[in-house]
Design a protein around this ligand. Sequence first.
Ligand code: THU
Length: 130
Amino acid sequence: MYEEIIEKAFNALENAYVPYSNYRVGACVLTTDGKHFIGANIENASYGLTNCAERNAIFQTYSNGYRKENIEAIAIVCEGKTLATPCGACRQVLDELIEKETPIILSNRKMQKVTNIKELLPYAFGKDDL
Ligand code: THU
């Protein structure tokens, strides 16, 4: 069902800039009108400035005028033996920028898991708490 965004996320992974970890991640957002926005992880010698693939993809989506209600799904892919689940920072960003139950598809070359941000970040702190 999600073959196309998974494939596009794997294409994005090819563009990862990972001289430090050598761990490539790709992401692809599918919008409700059928557009795709991709991201790859881009590292930096000042490690903390690294931007994860899923954050790059979601920021691209918003930069093109789309908002959470226009997002159908996001795929995050890696080549490791285990799935790349979003880091804490990305979970916080995704919590604000996608709907609670929007499918998040995690995939490597062997397996897939479909989850959502409600599962990945329960009891999230968000703008309604301010
Ligand atoms: N990374 C991502 O891009 N997304 C994830 O879901 C997990 C981690 C990146 C950050 C860093 O460039 C590399 O993977 C190793 O942590």
